[in-house]
Design a protein around this ligand. Structure first.
Ligand code: KQY
Length: 349
């Protein structure tokens, strides 16, 4: 699995529509997804998977350079339901299609059913005429990051959660990751971002900025539950070497907020059985780490928060060769994730 900072052929996304996850019939979210797609398309082609009955809306909201592909899905998290692309030494690209249970199935998952989501990876690969590996392990793309040189980071909170693969040991899970992604070294962090409904996806907490270097979600507030989580991740990373034997350089980025869902926002979301409620006062798992690395560019979330400016400067300094574009992304955050979660890179050859 190449690092996200390696060249891409294109970026895949899914169009949001479910009114029990996105407020006001998903219209504000659609506007922001459209801005994200347009920002990424400055750097690489973007394909948007859209359900049949939303095709016209998407056509009216997206500029013509965004390719619209008919894909049915239960929600719009391409990072998690799309394929994880891998590439071999002959530059052939294939996709890994993981099992999926809506972030925990009937034991803490976010919605039921998820029958359309489990077909997304196959549909993406069919559209691209790309060979597919079916992996029999529940895993979401947001739960892993690789450096493209044999190292993978993930969290115990997610991958060892009994609501994912209760019959697999840590070693068996590691073996699946090694086999499908061709990694040699797995660095286990503990918990993900405080109150992250994905059970601690690493893509909200920590990412590789290049081989040997990571960016870690941080807070200086010792009274915030995030402090202990980030310190633990820092300690584990500092005590690890990567697959090439390098010590890992850790950059910190201070979290926004804390941010909370407002009453008006919550009221705009339809309440339905079998869907986790989004209540006012809920702490939102806001993180600047949840950005997308495009060819020559970075598309990062902003929150209209006092930390936005420093976060953007930090990311610019870590990617001096790329153009950094900030998108006000609270509408994506309200749905439970951010820009990295709604995108999936297809490697270039
Ligand atoms: O962290 C991600 N990769 C996705 C977040 C999904 C949240 C579901 N509501």
């Amino acid at each position: 699995m190449p690092g996200e900072f390696e060249p891409h052929e294109k970026c895949w996304m899914l169009w949001p529509e479910r009114p029990d996850n996105w407020r006001l019939n998903a219209v504000p979210a659609q506007n922001v997804f459209s801005l994200v797609a347009q920002a990424i398309s400055r750097f690489e082609p973007v394909a948007m998977g859209v359900s049949k009955h939303q095709i016209e809306t998407a056509q009216n909201s997206l500029p013509s350079e965004i390719e619209i592909v008919h894909i049915e899905s239960d929600d719009s998290w391409m990072r998690d339901t799309g394929p994880t692309f891998v590439k071999n030494d002959s530059n052939e690209v294939r996709g890994v299609d993981w099992d999926f249970n809506a972030w925990g199935g009937l034991n803490g998952g976010i919605y039921f059913p998820w029958d359309k989501d489990i077909c997304v990876a196959k549909e993406v690969l069919k559209h691209g005429k790309i060979d597919r590996y079916k992996a029999c392990i529940i895993l979401e793309g947001g739960a892993i990051h690789t450096d493209g040189e044999g190292t993978l980071i993930t969290t115990e909170e997610c991958l060892l959660n009994p609501n994912r693969n209760p019959d697999l040991s840590k070693t068996q899970i590691e073996n699946h990751l090694k086999e499908y992604l061709n990694v040699e070294k797995i660095i286990w962090l503990g918990k993900g971002v405080f109150m992250d409904e994905t059970d601690g996806h690493v893509d909200n907490l920590c990412c590789f900025t290049r081989p040997g270097e990571v960016l870690l979600h941080w807070t200086d507030d010792k009274t915030d539950p995030q402090y202990e989580i980030s310190c633990d991740a820092f300690d584990r990373l500092s005590g690890s070497v990567d697959a090439k034997g390098r010590k890992i350089k850790i950059h910190k980025i201070h979290q926004p907020g804390p941010l909370y869902m407002t009453e008006a926002e919550s009221l705009g979301i339809e309440k339905k059985p079998n869907v986790a409620p989004r209540n006012d006062g809920n702490r939102l798992a806001a993180s600047y780490v949840n950005f997308y690395i495009a060819n020559n560019g970075i598309v990062m979330p902003l929150f209209d928060d006092p930390h936005d400016k420093a976060a953007m400067e930090k990311i610019k300094s870590l990617f001096p060769e790329r153009i950094v574009v900030g998108i006000y992304a609270r509408e994506i955050l309200l749905g439970g994730g951010n820009i990295h979660c709604i995108t999936q890179q297809q490697p270039g050859v």
